[in-house]
Write a protein that binds this ligand. Structure first.
Ligand SMILES: Cc1ncc(COP(=O)(O)O)c(C=O)c1O
Length: 362
């Protein structure tokens, strides 16, 4: 049997949320009655501009996409007031995480990230042959000063998620500005803002304003969450042109497919849809936190479109019981949080259905 690179033996495959069709098959349920709140998807779907753009452009799919994603990049550059050379696109932001690891990490180097940080940081680091340093979290949140102190002479990359998935924890602009000022310019600071559109307060990290000051900063964004395009796989990053240039050398030629580029371009033009999604999320978060607290469960404070809920030693049995009720949530045992289930915020009706099912179960 052919042997893999040795580090691959230490990898466990990423565990996605269970697809609706899979639960329907397993429990012989009608898929139309299943609620999936396991993958932080947008309960509003996507903008009507997106479905129209896709329908209008279907005839083009026999052609290769524009490998440079010129139009999408132009639109993003305009939207964020940066140059085209400061943007790199990915097949989801996971693709960019992988590109970062393949470009900057490898045997002899390490990446630093927090306990409970988004698990893909660990996966891409191990796959690259690099080591990782996982710093202790405080109340399930990143501790930025511990992360800064953990950096050593072999550290090439620091991964931060703000807000973090699966804990929902976050830090503000001042905390981040203090952090990055301490970091050597030889260490790439990856600021993963997959859920930033859901963060509604005055002291958001405005990292884009720091791009000109720090050539070692890369900010990751995605169309999978607030834009509702998870199935199409489009993410992007903003960074110094030299960083984008290096990542572009490793990037696959057509990593963002034609329909994904078309859809993302349309989605970017519907900021009202993004605002509606964030508002729905805020109301749904309140509804779920109130309901869960009333049922006696602790929720970690979250700025994302999900909450991690502590079900103590009943997490596994509640997960199974919810599945019997046709509700898919996300177990967090893979994050060493076996007492927690992560629940994505959905519509009022689906949130209500989840709370009713839980009340019945407990
Ligand atoms: C913190 C964080 N970063 C990145 C991603 C990757 O998202 P995508 O590859 O869909 O853009 C996710 C997805 O769940 C996430 O939670």
């Amino acid at each position: 049997m052919i042997k893999s690179n040795p580090q691959i033996n230490n990898l466990a495959p990423y565990q996605p949320g269970k697809p609706i069709a899979e639960l329907a098959r397993e429990l012989n349920l009608n898929p139309d009655n299943i609620i999936k709140v396991a993958s932080n998807e947008n309960p509003l779907g996507c903008s009507a501009l997106v479905t129209k753009a896709i329908a209008d452009n279907m005839a083009e799919i026999a052609r290769y996409p524009d490998g440079s994603s010129y139009e999408l990049k132009r639109a993003l550059a305009e939207f964020y007031q940066v140059s085209d050379a400061q943007i790199i696109l990915g097949n989801g932001s996971n693709d960019i995480l992988d590109l970062i690891a393949r470009t900057f990490l490898g045997e002899g180097s390490n990446a630093v990230f927090s306990q409970y940080a988004f698990i893909v940081y660990k996966l891409v680091t191990i796959a690259s042959g690099a080591k990782y340093i996982e710093t202790p979290a405080v109340n399930y949140a990143h501790d930025l000063s511990t992360i800064a102190s953990a950096i050593d002479e072999n550290t090439k990359v620091v991964f931060l998620a703000n807000p973090n998935n699966p804990t929902g924890s976050w830090f503000d602009h001042e905390q981040f500005a203090t952090f990055i000022a301490k970091i050597s310019s030889n260490v790439l600071v990856v600021l993963d803002e997959a859920y930033i559109e859901y963060v509604q307060n005055d002291n958001n990290v405005n990292a884009i304003s720091l791009l000109n000051q720090y050539s070692n900063l890369i900010i990751l964004r995605t169309f999978s969450k607030a834009y509702g395009l998870a199935g199409l796989r489009v993410g992007f990053a903003l960074a110094h042109p030299a960083i984008c240039d290096l990542l572009n050398r490793v990037r696959q030629p057509f990593n963002v497919n034609f329909l994904a580029q078309t859809a993302a371009l349309a989605a970017l033009h519907d900021q009202q849809f993004v605002a509606n999604s964030a508002n729905l999320n805020q109301r749904g978060m309140q509804q779920l936190v109130d309901g869960l607290t009333k049922l006696g469960f602790d929720c970690l404070p979250s700025k994302g479109n999900f909450i991690a809920v502590n079900f103590a030693d009943k997490a596994s049995s509640i997960d199974l019981a919810l599945q019997q009720h046709g509700i898919i949530v996300r177990p967090l045992a893979g994050y060493n949080m076996p007492n927690f289930l992560r629940i994505s915020i959905s519509t009022k009706a689906e949130n209500t259905q989840l709370l009713s099912a839980l009340a019945e179960i407990v």
